[in-house]
Design a protein around this ligand. Structure first.
Ligand SMILES: [Zn+2]
Length: 167
């Protein structure tokens, strides 16, 4: 994706009010992010690790979703698959929930998704980060096709949250 700035990020959230978007945590190291290798920018709030955020390009514009990641269950880490990049982790996938805005949000509705806990799907798809042996399926797809699939999953999710937040 193209590099983005903090004001662009704050203006992009589809499920936060303007006031909330102004206050939420945005990474300070935006200049150092590996933009050409990112399908979306994802991060957590270091002061509130249950809060996660992702922004991506949707129909030529930047769109962002604020997520809540409930505390990981204690005990044995389970193997599960990220629904965006299809990487399997042992204990490295979180169920994240996007609270909706608008009328649906007032009724307490949200959209859930299983996501790499470190929000680094782009790096796993490209082999730039590894989740260990067996984490990636052996597929006959090219890298470009895997990237396109991940982009489709992420933008589909963001589009759903945006659509349902306008109701
Ligand atoms: Zn992932």
């Amino acid at each position: 994706m193209k590099p983005v700035t903090e004001p662009e990020i704050r203006a992009a959230f589809v499920n936060r009010t303007k006031g909330e978007a102004k206050r939420l945590h945005v990474p300070r190291d935006l200049a150092d992010r590996p933009w050409p290798d990112l399908d979306y920018l994802g991060w957590r709030d270091p002061q509130a690790p249950d809060r996660a955020y992702l922004v991506t390009e949707l129909d030529g514009r930047l769109a962002g979703v604020a997520l809540r990641s409930p505390a990981a269950p204690s005990g044995q880490a389970r193997r599960s698959m990220c629904s965006m990049c299809l990487t399997t982790h042992t204990g490295g996938v979180s169920l994240m929930v996007a609270p909706l805005a608008g009328r649906a949000g007032q009724q307490g509705n949200s959209v859930g998704v299983y996501l790499c806990s470190d929000l680094a799907c782009s790096l796993y798809v490209r082999g730039l980060r590894s989740a260990g042996p067996g984490a990636r399926l052996h597929e006959s797809l090219t890298l470009e096709e895997k990237i396109a699939r991940t982009v489709g999953n992420v933008t589909g999710f963001v589009a759903n949250v945006a659509r349902d937040s306008r109701r």
